[in-house]
Design a binder for this molecule. Structure first.
Ligand code: GLU
Length: 285
């Protein structure tokens, strides 16, 4: 049988849920755009399970993700349940890859040990969605020149951002974007004090390793994209294209979150809603 090699330019996209709760209509909306864009280009859609937050991720939510996505009409070509050329597709099984990238950043002197703010460090595990952006880190540990071995407290590691540099990118959904390092966002956590990689590092390592050509996700991650572009550069990895989607709001204009139980896919199915009706005209995103 002839094996058709995938050219590096073939579209590869992903949906990357975190099993910290039931998926809601907002996730479905963003994921639908990701699926449509992959379909339009005859590309591959990957399902990646982002389960590094051991305290919040639960096996029942993993099961629910598969069930709810399939019910809604999603299908993917690679994922934890199907395997594929870029396996493994579950982040908790990919720790050596994150560790290697972290070591590379350390060797190049691009990260430094930081003993402040447990709270900021705790935040670093999850993608910073609307209202969850951390304050710009004041740089307390930046110039202390402390070596990890000399610091007694539990430490996290921060990426040193190039202060004042403007990070530009052309977003497929929102057009030209510009964020200033050190002003819009500061040195961010790469590795947590409890020895877990941060969202920013894991997502870059995986999107590069899985050869994503485009990342489709919610508009609340626009500023994270600027951080991630710095990481791609630091790790000498090619950055994908980005397409951010408008977020869905509830009737009070507040972004849908996992707490909006009545708009969870699970609940909508239980009350007899059909995916076709919920999707409406989404195919023309
Ligand atoms: N797992 C992340 C989330 O659910 C995905 C973020 C991303 O797509 O980069 O928020």
């Amino acid at each position: 049988m002839l094996n058709t090699p995938t050219t590096p330019t073939a579209y590869r996209g992903r949906i990357a849920p975190s099993p910290t709760g039931y998926l809601h209509l907002g996730h479905a909306r963003t994921f639908w755009t990701a699926q449509q864009r992959a379909k339009e280009q005859g590309g591959t859609l990957v399902l990646r399970m982002e389960d590094l937050d051991a305290a919040r991720c639960k096996p029942e939510f993993v099961d629910a993700i598969y069930e709810d996505l399939r019910w809604f009409g999603f299908s993917w070509e690679e994922g934890p349940d199907l395997s594929g050329a870029f396996a493994l597709y579950t982040q908790s099984q990919r720790l050596p890859f994150y560790r290697a990238a972290f070591e590379q950043l350390k060797q190049h002197g691009l990260v430094y040990p930081c003993k402040c703010s447990r709270q900021d460090v705790m935040r670093a595990l999850a993608a910073p969605h609307v209202g969850e952006e951390e304050p710009v880190y004041p740089g307390t540990c930046r110039e202390s020149n402390s070596r990890a071995a000399d610091v007694k407290e539990k430490i996290s590691w921060r990426f040193r951002v190039p202060d004042g540099e403007a990070i530009f990118f052309e977003d497929g959904g929102f057009g030209e974007q510009k964020f200033i390092a050190g002003k819009d966002f500061g040195d961010f956590v790469i590795w947590r004090h409890d020895d877990v990689p941060s969202y920013q590092l894991s997502v870059v390592v995986d999107d590069a390793a899985m050869q994503m050509t485009e990342v489709v996700r919610g508009a609340d991650l626009l500023m994270s994209t600027a951080r991630q572009i710095l990481l791609y550069r630091a790790l000498e990895l090619p950055a994908p294209a980005f397409y951010h989607c408008q977020l869905l709001n509830d009737e009070n204009g507040v972004r849908l979150a996992k707490r909006n139980d009545c708009l969870s896919l699970r609940h909508l199915r239980e009350v007899g809603q059909s995916p076709e009706r919920l999707k409406g005209d989404w195919d023309f995103y």
